[in-house]
Ligand binder design. Structure first.
Ligand code: ZN
Length: 93
């Protein structure tokens, strides 16, 4: 039986950390599609596993985004307005 994209994403996230860009590239879909998948996965992943978000950080001032509940990447740093941000990464633990 062929795995669905969401099942494949879950398998990847159990193996390592991935950014939205990497996942979108891997499956040749838009980031929006991946965000929908991640929202679905976060609701359905079986306990005690959970979807973990390693927060984005600012390459300019080192600001670390925290308490993020959204799966999209922020566009810029709230502290120094730098747009060069290190993408958040996802994994299942
Ligand atoms: Zn910054």
């Amino acid at each position: 039986m062929e795995l669905t994209r969401r099942q494949e994403i879950m398998a990847m996230l159990r193996d390592g950390e991935w950014t939205l860009d990497e996942l979108a590239r891997n499956f040749v879909v838009s980031k929006k599609v991946i965000i929908d998948d991640l929202e679905h996965i976060s609701r359905t992943v079986a306990r005690p596993s959970r979807l973990l978000i390693h927060p984005p950080t600012c390459e300019g001032c080192g600001y670390r985004f925290k308490d993020r509940t959204k799966f999209n990447d922020p566009s810029r740093c709230p502290m120094c307005k730098n747009e060069h941000l290190r993408s958040q990464r996802f994994r299942i633990v």
